[in-house]
Design a protein around this ligand. Structure first.
Ligand code: NI
Length: 152
């Protein structure tokens, strides 16, 4: 089911999310809805608070498949990159953010089993951006330079 994506200014986006403790059907439905909502909006990542659910749940798909993260933690990061980011909660905006070039993440899957991922370039940015959402941090807080969109 496609859910409504909360937009910048909504106080829910500034809340800190709680850890998931139940790995039940409800969590599976949440993850499915998040993925459907993200794809429909043509995004590459979505965090649960963006649809008003204050749980530590993230979906990402940068083109190489669906990644589901429950209670994700960044375990290592190194290097740096400066690239433009956007966010489904800040439509029509893009800005350059400093992020690590490489990121390692540990999390649980929808069944509560531990999973590990490593990401570089776009995927590293997506991990950082989406995990920030779980702590009420929006990329606009970190933008070094806003990018002017070409007017049509
Ligand atoms: Ni975002």
């Amino acid at each position: 089911m496609i859910r409504e994506i909360l937009q910048f200014g909504d106080p829910v986006l500034r809340e800190c999310c709680t850890e998931v403790t139940e790995f039940d059907k409800e969590l599976g439905s949440l993850l499915d809805d998040m993925y459907e909502t993200m794809c429909h909006a043509e995004g590459i990542g979505l965090a649960a608070p963006q649809i008003g659910v204050l749980k530590r749940v993230v979906v990402i798909d940068t083109g190489s498949g669906r990644i589901e993260l429950v209670n994700p933690v960044i375990t290592a990061m190194w290097g740096k990159q400066f690239e433009p980011e956007g966010c489904l909660s800040l439509e029509g905006k893009r800005g350059v953010v400093k992020r690590p070039a490489h990121v390692r993440v540990k999390a649980l899957n929808r069944f509560g089993k531990p999973v590990k991922y490593r990401g570089k370039e776009l995927l590293a940015r997506a991990f950082c951006h989406e995990i920030d959402h779980l702590n009420g941090i929006l990329y606009e807080d970190k933008v070094l330079e806003w990018i002017e969109e070409d007017e049509e």
